[in-house]
Design a protein around this ligand. Sequence first.
Ligand code: AMP
Ligand code: GLY
Length: 419
Amino acid sequence: MNVCVIGSGGREHALCFKLKQSLKLKKLYCMPGNAGTEEISTNLNIDISNFEKVYEKIKEHQIDLVIVGPEIPLVHGIVDFLEDKKIRVFGPNKKAAQLEGSKIFMKDMCKKFSIPSAKFCEVRSIQEAEETLKNFQEPIVVKSDGLAAGKGVTICETKEKALEDIKGILSGKFSTSSRVIIEEFLKGEEASYFVITDGKNFKQIGTAQDHKRIGENDTGLNTGGMGAYSPSLIIDKPVEEKIINKIIQPTIQGMAKLGCKYKGILYAGLMIDNGEPKLIEYNIRFGDPECQVLMLRLEDDLIDLIQNCIDEKFNNNELKWSKNPCVTIVAASKGYPEKFEKLKEIKNLPKNEKKYEQIFHAGTIKKDEKIFSNGGRVLNSTVSMKDLRTARDRALDLLDKIEWENKYYRRDICWRAIK
Ligand code: AMP
Ligand code: GLY
C-alpha cells in the first residue's frame, strides 16, 4: 500500500524508517518532510495546515493510509476532514485531540474519572488568581490552556511571578487561548508512557525518558527535547500496573463515555514519586525525540499495527521489542531555543546503513545535493546497543564526526540511567 506520513521532524523521519521495513509498503511519502525523509521516501512539499491541499496530494498519489505525526493538524481536525473524504487516516479526531489541545479539558477529564493528577484551578481574572493562590504552596505551576509549543507552562518560585505570568496569558500572550490554570507542583522523576489504542483496547508502545532542558545537568531553558532513552528505568512492573489501572484505562473508558472515543497514540507525561505515578499531561501523538528511540526498538510491523488500530481489531498480544536499550541525542543549532542561524551546511553525514543506528533528520533541507540546517533541532543521533553507555558513546561519536559550524548537543543524555 501507499503510505504518507505528515510532518517534518525527527519523529516523522523515524516513522518513515520503521514503515520502510514493512513488507506491506509499496510507496512511501512524507508531507512536507525534510532532507532525511527525502532519502527514503518522496517528499510532498506543501503547507500541511491547508487540508484541501493535503487531500489533493493524497488523491494525486493514490495514498491508502495517512499517518499524522504532529499535534497541530490533529487538534485542528485533520482526521475528521480526511475521514469525511473517505481517506484512511491514523490519529485521534478533533474531539479526542482536546486531550492535548486543551489542558482544562484534560484536567476536567482527570477530575471526573478520578485519574491521579496535580490539584488545579482555572482562574478568569487577576483578582480570582490572587484569591486562588492563597490555597497553593510555592513553587506554583501556571499553564496556558491551548497549544503553546512547549512555552505555555511556567514553574514560578513566587506568587508574584505566578501573577505576572497569569496576567500575560489572560491578556492574550498565546494566540491559541487566553484561559489559564494554576496547578500544584509535583515532585518526582518524569517519564513517558506510550500506548496505541483502538478506542477500547490498547497496547503498550514503549516507555522513555527525555531531557527537556537545553543545558547539561538538565539546566537552562526548556526545549522540545534534547535527547531521550528507552526503556525508562523508573517504570518497573508495579509502577506500570498503576499507570495502566489508574491512568490509561480510566482515560480510554472515560473518553468513550464523554463521546470522544480516543483512537491513536496516547502519550502520558508522568511524574513518578515513590512509586506513585501522577499524570502531568497527555499528548495525542508520539513524542519527538521519544519516537526515534521507540521506532529503533519496535520489532513488530508498524503498518499492521496501525491498520488493526484503525479497524478496532486489537488482540491481547503484546508488541515485540528489541532487548537492547536505545538512546537519541538531539543536535541543535547553537542558540536554540532562542535565536539561531539557519542554512549552515552539514557535511560528513553517515549513510544510515545500519538498522540499530540512524541519524534521523529534523530541521534539515537539501539544496543542490547539499544538506543544510533549517531549524532549531536539526539531527537526532539514535543508537540501540547492549547497554545505554555503549549506545550513548556511539551516538556521540556519530555526531562528533559530523561537520557543521553551529552544531550543539548535550553529552550527558541518560545521565540518570548511567550512574
Ligand atoms: P507540559 O507542557 O504540560 O508538558 O509541561 C512542561 C513541563 O513542565 C513538564 O514536562 C514538567 O517538567 C513541567 N510540569 C508541568 N506541570 C507540572 C507540575 N504540575 N508539577 C511539576 N512540573 C510540572
Ligand atoms: N518530547 C516532548 C514532546 O514531544 O512533547
